[in-house]
Structure formats: C-alpha cells, structure tokens
Design a protein around this ligand. Structure first.
Ligand code: MLZ
Length: 265
C-alpha cells in the first residue's frame, strides 16, 4: 500500500521548518463549512472582479466551496473559502445599491439577463448569512522566509492543495514552489494570499493533501533503474530549489513521453 504523506516525517527528512501560523491570512482554526450543494450566493466574477454575480455551490471541499456562476458554462468553476471576501449572501449587492451582473461569457443574449436573474433566484435555496465567515485580517509584515514549508493551492488545478516551499521572498510577495514538480506549477503571490495555508491545514479541514510530485512518479516509473530505493525517497522529498539537478534520464526507455513530474495535467 502507498505510504501516506506525513508532515512530521517530511519536515524531518527535508530538515525544514513549517512557516509560522501568523505569516498567513488564514484563521488558526479553519472556519466551519455549513454550505450545501445547490445553495446560491453572490460572488465576484473571478474573470471580471468588479461585477457581482449569482453563483451556485457545485461542491464542498474542506473549508472551500466549488462555485459556478449562474448563466455561465461549466468550464470556469472556481473555489473560494467560506471566509472569503469574494462571496456574500444574496441581497448584499442590492443593499449596497449595486446591481447583480451577468457573468463574463453569459450564455444568453444580454437583454435576457433581467428575466434570467428573476428565474434563477425564484425558489432558489439561498445560503444563510451565518454560513459566511469573516475574512481574517492581513498579516502585518511579510514574515515568510526562503525554505519554509506550507500547503498551497495548485493554481493550474485549483481543487488540489499540495506541499510547497517558499522559494523566494520579495517585498509583500512570496514565490511558492511545489515540492517535487520542478517548477511547472510554481507562482508568485502576495503573502496575504488566500491560496496558501499553514502546514496541517488540510488535516484540519479534511481536504486531501496531495503528496509531493516525484515521490509518486519516481517510485512508480523508474524504481527499477534506481540503485538505492532510500536515495529515491530522499531526493523526492527535497524541495525543488534544494534538489540536485536531475541527471538526463539515464536508463530511461525512449518514447515514454515526458519525464516524471513534468506533466501539466
Ligand atoms: N494531473 C496532474 C496533477 C499535477 C498536480 C501538481 N500539483 C503541484 C498530474 O498528475 O500530472
């Protein structure tokens, strides 16, 4: 059976430390997620953040919601924490004197928006205001340091939360590097991003933390060509910027496609 990823062991193996809780814009105890699939709410359109749209909860994962904008397609789902300031109860926009907007890429003619809005809200199950939690305050200075470990959303596969390492720090920004993926998924973000979490977050929310990249690929696809299995494990556990450059795929059979850990999907 595949070994389960364990932060305590991993931190020891990599001789690294977890980024302290106070570095993150996350509540110390993840907010409870009371939402149910099918409930509707207001959300900022991720592709057009000035407009507030109607969204439906399509899925629940840990402290996050998988959302789809009403009138949009099924190719642009997005995930938000229940304490995200991007979401609010239905009625909030109107109370503030705003108007609900059709999502970018509204499937119908723009002129049919008012009627669509009436129909989509008629008889809808609206998420109660108590389900929305207050967004935690911004951490004051950027206190991340290079080499610190964290859990981060893979922005190319936003349903995934993966073990990561701070690769660089510049002003208010941090470079998030995904362990075992050789840079393919890395990104810069603000230190107060809602996409990064302290070590242990997933085990508190019940999310499935992904194992580091090479760990899986190497043991699966090239175990036979490695001389020492213990070396495989140790290398796979190193953070990307610490790992020795990977030798040209020695002993790899030709025509097997990309080396492990580099596939984008
Ligand atoms: N489908 C992809 C997921 C990669 C996830 C990487 N996260 C940092 C793959 O398995 O290649």
């Amino acid at each position: 059976a595949k070994e389960q990823f364990n932060w305590d062991d991993y931190l020891k193996e990599t001789e690294s430390i977890a980024a302290p809780l106070h570095c993150f814009r996350q509540s110390r105890i993840p907010p409870t997620n009371d939402f149910k699939v099918g409930m509707k709410l207001e959300a900022h359109d991720p592709r057009n953040i000035t407009s507030v749209c109607i969204a439906t909860v399509i899925g629940i994962t840990g402290a996050r919601l998988r959302l789809r904008l009403d009138g949009s397609d099924n190719k642009n789902d997005f995930w938000r924490l229940v304490d995200s300031s991007d979401i609010q109860p239905i009625g909030t926009c109107e109370k503030k004197g705003g108007m609900l907007q059709p999502p970018l890429g509204f499937r119908m003619n723009a002129s049919s928006w008012p009627m669509f809005l009436l129909r989509t809200l008629n008889g809808a199950e609206m998420a109660p205001a108590a389900f929305f939690k207050k967004e935690p305050p911004k951490p004051v200075p950027n206190c991340f340091k290079v080499g610190m470990k964290l859990e981060a959303i893979d922005r190319k596969n936003p349903y995934l939360i993966c073990p990561a390492t701070i690769g660089d720090v510049k002003g208010d920004e941090v470079f998030v590097t995904f362990d075992g993926w050789r840079g393919a998924f890395d990104y810069w973000c603000r230190c107060d991003s809602r996409d990064i979490f302290p070590v242990g977050w997933c085990s508190l929310t019940g999310d499935a933390l992904q194992p580091p990249g090479n760990n899986v690929s190497i043991t699966k696809s090239s175990a036979k060509i490695q001389s020492s299995p213990s070396k495989v494990t140790r290398r796979s556990m190193q953070s990307p910027q610490k790992s020795a450059p990977v030798p040209a795929q020695r002993g790899r059979k030709p025509g097997r496609g990309k080396p492990p850990g580099q596939s984008a999907v």
